[in-house]
Design a protein around this ligand. Structure first.
Ligand code: ADP
Ligand code: MG
Length: 328
């Protein structure tokens, strides 16, 4: 099997017959470039992320999970902008053609793409150490993108889902956690955490619901404090966080409390959304998310003290999370 058969067999997908796809994709895989129709009253939102084997996922990660995650991390960025997902391209570097791997990878990728009506419209295929780059594209109505810079003092800080699960999953896979700290964690909860790491859910549905109320938004990929610090920096504010209000899964509730707090504050890879809501919109906002009230929680408030994050005891919290060029 060569490069072109591989593309034909695993990545030349039919255009779905959803109205958005059939309207927007004029030329997909198979020419020198894709041709996409955009609407005049909308802006294109585009984001690219690379996953490298051994850096972004453990080398023995199942191919299906890699396919899922490569798209999920990009969809999460679109969700953080309040965008509707539409198209993506895939640049794939493979050490060899392994059809079992390719079948599982493309299955994981396509399942998530179908779930959110995303069309694969092009890409590139090369040989080398395993790496996957996806460029996801979507759109927002003109001027409606939710930026990191939109928060003000007094805005309430919210998060979707629960935090720290993916980091616990990684610790379990890599066996880097002191066993005494996770004594009563059963198999079901362990596999829940690994699933949170390998199959993150991009919060596009939630994003759709919060978009008209959120003053700013970011996705939590590098840890709550780290990503919150990006938001406070862009918005020229500080933040006060009630650590006891950070939503935790059953798994995190069962482990050593200090470890659990540290994972929830600084663990990466959860791909939940962190966003702010202007105080006088809060009542209306809370009514609008009634159906999601179990999965959206207020954890604090933006403050005027620029770039400083504190807990409710006024202790300052130092952002720490993953940084590719800073291993401290
Ligand atoms: P070119 O040499 O013009 O870049 P390629 O031979 O790289 O063209 O690709 C041929 C077609 O296959 C293009 O439409 C390209 O977008 C698509 N393609 C290549 N690799 C992939 C991939 N991994 N996933 C989806 N489409 C791909
Ligand atoms: Mg090419």
């Amino acid at each position: 099997m060569g490069e072109f058969d591989l593309i034909e067999k695993y990545f030349s997908w039919d255009i779905t017959d959803s109205p958005t796809q059939s309207f927007s994709v004029s030329k997909s895989v198979g020419d020198d470039a894709a041709v996409l129709n955009t609407a005049l009253n909308q802006q294109l939102v585009t984001s690219v992320d690379t996953l490298i084997s051994g850096v972004h996922f453990p080398e023995d990660t199942p191919a299906e999970a890699i396919g899922h995650k490569a798209l999920a991390v990009n969809l999460s960025d679109l969700a953080a902008m309040g965008a509707q997902a539409a198209w993506f391209t895939l640049a794939l570097t493979l050490p060899e053609i392994d059809e079992t791997w390719l079948k599982d990878f493309s299955r994981g990728l396509k399942a998530l793409a179908d779930k959110f009506n995303m069309q694969l419209v092009g890409g590139d295929t090369t040989r080398g150490p395993l790496s996957i780059t996806i460029n996801a594209m979507g759109f927002v109505d003109n001027g409606k993108a939710i930026l990191r810079s939109g928060a003000s003092e007094g805005d309430k800080i919210y998060v979707t889902g629960t935090l720290g699960d993916a980091a616990l999953g990684l610790g379990l896979i890599q066996d880097t956690i002191d066993h005494k700290k996770i004594l009563i964690l059963d198999e079901a909860l362990k596999s829940f955490c690994k699933k949170r790491l390998n199959f993150p859910t991009p919060r596009l549905i939630e994003s759709n619901h919060i978009a008209s109320y959120a003053s700013s938004c970011i996705d939590i990929s590098d840890g709550l404090l780290q990503d919150l610090s990006h938001l406070t920096k862009a918005s020229q504010t500080g933040a006060s966080i009630d650590i006891s209000a950070i939503p935790k899964s059953q798994a995190l509730e069962k482990i050593d409390p200090a470890l659990s707090t540290s994972l929830a504050l600084s663990g990466g890879d959860d791909y939940e959304l962190l966003f702010t809501v202007v105080e006088h919109h809060e009542t209306e906002f809370l009514q609008s998310i009634e159906d999601f009230s179990d999965s959206i929680h207020c954890i604090g408030v933006m403050t005027e003290e620029k770039h400083i994050i504190r807990d409710t005891q006024m202790k300052s919290l130092t952002p720490s999370g993953y940084d590719h060029f800073n291993d401290e």
